[in-house]
Design a protein around this ligand. Sequence first.
Ligand SMILES: NC(=O)c1ccc[n+]([C@@H]2O[C@H](COP(=O)([O-])OP(=O)(O)OC[C@H]3O[C@@H](n4cnc5c(N)ncnc54)[C@H](O)[C@@H]3O)[C@@H](O)[C@H]2O)c1
Ligand SMILES: [Zn+2]
Ligand SMILES: [Zn+2]
Length: 376
Amino acid sequence: MRALVYNGPKDVSVVDVPDAEIEAPTDAVVKITTTNICGSDLHMYEGRTDVEQGKVLGHENMGVVEEVGPGVTRLKKGDRVSLPFNIACGHCRNCTQGKTAFCLEVNPGSAGGAYGYADMGPYSGGQAEYLRVPFADFNALRLPGGTEHENDFTMLSDIFPTGWHGTRLAGLQPGESVAIMGAGPVGLMAALSARIQGADQIYVVDMQPDRLRLAEQVGATPVDFSKGSAEEQIMEATKGVGVDRGVEAVGWQAHDHSGDEHPAGTLDTLVEVVRATGGIGVVGVFPPADPNGPDPDMQEGRLRFPFGQFFFKGQSMGTGQCNTKAYNRQLRDLIIAGKADPGFIVSHELSLEDAASGYEHFDNREDGWTKVLLHP
Ligand SMILES: NC(=O)c1ccc[n+]([C@@H]2O[C@H](COP(=O)([O-])OP(=O)(O)OC[C@H]3O[C@@H](n4cnc5c(N)ncnc54)[C@H](O)[C@@H]3O)[C@@H](O)[C@H]2O)c1
Ligand SMILES: [Zn+2]
Ligand SMILES: [Zn+2]
């Protein structure tokens, strides 16, 4: 089958690889209809992880069940499914508590497994014609058959739940205000989630005009940090009060308007603008180490952010990968009911064969390249 593999920094290509197969009785093989390129893939693409050469990338996958193992009882050939980016066993301590992003079984020695990702286990990704899905009954979310809502449903594997998770980690309540750092796909999904949850004011910070326009489209107030500090703009807009909640949707490769990286830049802002006793949800990725990165602290996974001010204000913070299964069923049903349209961020739909150029444009954050879908 054809699949996109990682060759080295800024070098991916679509090549022939062995077919995805049933390896355990609880596996299914899914024929991919849509698989997305994610901002998380760019950390690997840019050579900022230890992902191995030849790995098939792709963790935002949906498609149609092609084959099931003898231990699969719920799913059957022909079912249309969304696959959470987390691979989870369904029976370990964390899985039984709904924390499927931290499954203790699928990636021994670590907590959490995923398709096609550095340090997340031996699993191949779905930027390919077919994907092996472990513990398929537990992991696959069934969708209505056909092709309706494809561009909305494809956001259920990761970024719509992840944006939602950011707002839940922050503790957002109806009628509260929230500042979201980053207007990438995850930040935009956090803005959509905040709107659905009844936030009264949503500020979205970025410097990409096309992305800020999309934030405005979901009812958020755009804050362009290339035109002055985000702190000052948000404090002025809130008449010095600040916001109730903050969501970090950038990660450690956050940069200033000249492009220099400041891993703690977004948390500096959020600790400043979130009111005393407010909450901050961090879904942007911060790695345990970034040995080749420019920041000496982050090389050891240490972040210099104003912890004293954070403590003094009695703020709280929630972090981590999204437990996709905690939300994807309800978010699917909001899409079916016409109450959520996460597909509004899709900017490009490419064939799998054109995936390498999709990576290049998306990585350059070229104007208008917001979210790239691949159709194998
Ligand atoms: N926790 C999870 O489960 C999970 C899931 C998916 C993605 N992620 C992570 O979420 C982050 C965002 O993902 P994405 O797909 O939206 O990525 P992206 O790279 O497309 O978007 C990031 C955006 O942040 C902006 N940005 C950079 N520095 C900034 C700053 N200082 N202030 C404000 N904005 C800034 C960029 O201009 C860009 O638009 C990544 O770190 C990704 O790995 C986490
Ligand atoms: Zn993703
Ligand atoms: Zn588990």
